[in-house]
Ligand binder design. Sequence first.
Ligand code: GDD
Ligand code: MG
Length: 335
Amino acid sequence: MAVGILLVGGFGTRLLPLTKNTPKPMLTIAGLPVTEHQLAMARNAGITTVVLATSYLSELFIPYFGDGAQWGMKLLYAVEKEPLGTGGAIANAAELLDADEPVVVFNGDVLSSHNLSLQIRQHQENNADVTLHLTSVEDARSYGCVPTDSDGRVVAFLEKMESPVTNTINAGCYVFNPQVISKISRNTVISVEREIFPELISNKARLFGFVDNSYWLDIGTPKALLKGSSDLVSGVADSSALAMADVVLHTNQKLIMSRAVVDESAVIDLGSSIGAGAVVGARAHISGSIIESGARIGADSIVRDSFVTSGSEIAEKSKILASFVTKDEILPIPA
Ligand code: GDD
Ligand code: MG
């Protein structure tokens, strides 16, 4: 069986101010933290032991996920005092795992329906050092470009180029042979994308691409975060985490979590989600938005294409369009 490492220690800079007090993977999409959707995906592929590689705001994961028993998983926590980069994080987290099983590493901000079981099987059949999930995007500039040869062998790894050589990109889910991880220097800041992969390729290591173009999204930008959530609500993307969660109502327009108090005259649509214990007043209209747990939306308000963080309050008759709402500020989402 394989074990997992979830990379959840980045700063989430592109999602400020949402990530000022909440690490990106703990932001809510479709009623649950991003991480919870990812853990369900890992579990579906038979991975039940996962190390969360934390750094920035590391203390916020344990109170929610604990030892993982609630999800039928064993969760462990590795903490980097200072972020070690993606490679350093993998090396640090792997110290908590047994050395002889394949290790599946996940970027902690990705929603993916790819066939992970098949990716692991292909990795084993190829006797690979690393097998990378690859997908296609229209504009590859903000991703790692990964050209492969006719045997599926990775020939280069080119992180974030101005003129991408291919639109086949690194989708942020790798199966590693554990011996490859054991060679990464400990306690050193190192990037798997910019240093380890290019070095492995130049040393002729066996890196393979696993191309799967199923639903895939990096939720690391404001627009993608909202899209990921509404895709899960509308069913464009699926997550088995929702089947296990305390959901009160789920249609293709809306998702309402337990203890939320939604006035019956309020309209919730276009893939909006209302978090646990949130309150939505009379005649409010919420479209294409994420309302986190415990937020309060006043009567007669309009909230469209926006993210309202846990515990924030929106006054009656407010009009909030394409904005981030926190307890301290309302900021338009950059175009
Ligand atoms: N523990 C830990 N420590 N985690 C980290 C660190 C670190 O120092 N740095 C980043 N991470 C985590 C982030 O929390 C995130 O979950 C993941 O690593 C990837 O970081 P991002 O900041 O989201 O990277 P990106 O989206 O710009 O690019 C990455 O993802 C693309 C696919 O979405 C790269 O892997 C690209 O090659 C890839 O195409
Ligand atoms: Mg990302």
